[in-house]
Design a protein around this ligand. Structure first.
Ligand code: PCA
Length: 214
């Protein structure tokens, strides 16, 4: 399978973003799957445009986007993206949409088509703290997850979803009491997420090809 992984650059006054640092450490092939990496700016419109162009160009089977959720304590597998952009800070292009619909021709919300519960289970089995999150917020991460799933619905047979990761230790040295996770653990987590998602999609595709309902 071909798997597109995206990760954001630094935003909100931070010098780094674990999401793009994970991409730099990730192998080009995992479990026989080809990994295509795309670093995207934390900028609403540019990020979505880059992802659409890449999807058109490489036609991936799975799209997984990664973002930083500073303050969260574990790897959070997002369940849903909503059709609203409501920023509390400007993005890296100075844009700060308030209560704006993301797509007039899109659904109110899209659910992740990754196996979110299996991912959490597989991460925990490897002693990596993880949980399902029921909100990706209303900033650029929700916007990208929404667009990933919108494009996936247009291009057909693409699974897509979003993963938030905590701060890195280097980001919290001056933020007393905030959680962090090492880059090594995050990279291991993303490898597991890729394997679990690819196995699940293989099985689902087989079921579809055989015309089975379960
Ligand atoms: N996190 C932000 C946007 C970029 C990122 O890594 C968010 O949660 O919306």
């Amino acid at each position: 399978m071909k798997i597109l992984i995206t990760g954001f650059d630094a935003f909100g006054g931070e010098k780094i973003n674990p999401a793009s640092l994970i991409l730099e450490k990730l192998a080009d092939e995992i479990d026989g799957n080809k990994i295509e990496k795309l670093i995207i700016p934390t900028a609403f419109l540019r990020a979505a445009d880059l992802i659409e162009r890449k999807i058109e160009q490489i036609r991936p089977d799975i799209v997984i986007s990664l973002g930083q959720a500073g303050g969260r304590t574990d790897i959070t597998v997002e369940r849903v993206a909503i059709n609203i952009a409501d920023a509390s800070i400007a993005d890296n292009d100075g844009k700060k949409p308030i209560d704006e619909k993301i797509r007039w021709d899109g659904e109110n919300a899209y659910f992740s088509t990754l196996p979110i519960k299996a991912i959490v289970e597989d991460l925990r089995a490897e002693e990596i703290p993880a949980s399902v999150s029921n909100s990706a917020g209303t900033y650029v991460c929700n916007f990208v997850m929404y667009n990933d799933l919108y494009f996936a619905s247009k291009y057909k047979n693409i699974s897509a979803g979003f993963i938030h990761v905590p701060y890195l230790p280097a980001q919290v040295v001056d933020k007393n009491g905030l959680a962090s996770m090492s880059l090594e653990t995050m990279v291991k987590a993303v490898e597991i997420i890729i394997k679990t998602s690819a196995n699940y999609k293989n099985k689902e595709d087989l079921k579809k090809a055989e015309g089975r309902i379960c």
